[in-house]
Write a protein that binds this ligand. Structure first.
Ligand SMILES: [Fe+2]
Length: 294
């Protein structure tokens, strides 16, 4: 059993927003006893070919928060995403709230600060974020207590956020028929990911699990909600009688075949800065492409 402060009697309201270009699901989660809410894993729209950023996806979430008279307290990143850009600063500017991520962000900033040759002005201490979470840290959304679980393996900054009977799984898990996320990014580790997944699956069976991504395998309609019990029974990578050995072998072989996510280069540069687009020496927003650097 887990020593985390689980409270299954609290049932937050969850609204999902699916971003088709990146297969990302963002969430507004509301405290059932107040108007306070949090946003999990928002998306900023990028037309990479054109170098054009827009905020259609974030505006949908902002409109929802405003329309329902909610007070945004937290803007949570479950990890430094490699496949989409975060809209956290844009949302914060419109609605307020604190931007939080796992303290492992410092490891990511160190690694990719070097790869993108960011120089000394790029802080590698996580100070771009308002809060850095450690394993088991608690925080509140209105009257509701939330906590963060450290779940490395996919990346060194991954955390699962739990609020009442709801957990936001980030990229530790996909839907049962999607399995798990890759573990081959810098700082990733399949064995560590397995242990993190087991820790998530030690939460109560009835815990509702919300995914960060879904790709609708085998033509299935896009879905994002499952439960600990369903994952334990039928996740194709870790469910049933699958062992850690099975998982590490499968994950390692599979990862060796995967192409880089289309938006990894812009995503990392923006997301390691809490969603701020880097600027050139004249202060203009500008992204780099390290050649043969990844
Ligand atoms: Fe990810």
């Amino acid at each position: 059993m887990t020593s985390y402060p689980v409270n299954m009697d609290i049932t937050p309201e969850v609204e999902a927003f699916f971003d088709e270009p990146t297969n990302t699901i963002s969430y507004v989660v509301k405290d059932p006893t107040s108007d306070s809410c949090a946003i999990i894993d928002s998306v900023m729209d990028l037309d990479y070919a054109a170098g054009r950023i827009t905020h259609v996806s974030a505006d949908r979430m902002i409109d929802f928060v405003i329309h329902h008279g909610l007070k945004l307290e937290w803007i949570i990143e479950t990890h430094v995403h490699a496949d989409h850009l975060s809209a956290a600063p844009y949302i914060q500017q419109e609605l307020g709230g604190k931007i939080g991520v796992g303290e492992g962000i410092m490891v990511i900033q160190e690694t990719f600060g070097k790869i993108f040759n960011e120089g000394t002005e790029f802080q590698r201490d996580g100070s771009q974020f308002d809060a850095l979470f450690k394993d088991g840290d608690t925080y509140s959304i209105g009257n509701m207590q939330a906590f963060a679980m450290f779940t490395p393996g996919h990346t060194p900054a991954c955390m699962v956020h739990v609020m009442g009977n709801v957990a936001f799984a980030g990229d530790t898990l996909f839907m049962p028929d999607g399995g798990s996320a890759r573990a081959d990014f810098p700082g990733g580790d399949a064995g560590v990911l397995y242990d993190s997944i087991m820790s998530v699956l030690s939460l109560p069976d009835e815990m509702r699990l919300f995914m960060c991504h879904d790709y609708g395998p085998n033509g299935r309609t896009i879905a994002w909600e499952t439960s600990v019990a369903e994952q334990k029974a039928s996740n194709i990578h870790v469910g049933g009688d699958k062992t850690k050995e099975d998982f590490v072998k499968f994950r390692t072989e599979r990862d060796a075949q995967l192409a880089m996510p289309k938006l990894i280069i812009p995503s990392l540069q923006v997301n390691m800065r809490a969603g701020e687009v880097p600027t050139d020496e004249d202060g203009n927003p500008m992204l780099k492409v390290p050649v043969n650097g990844l």
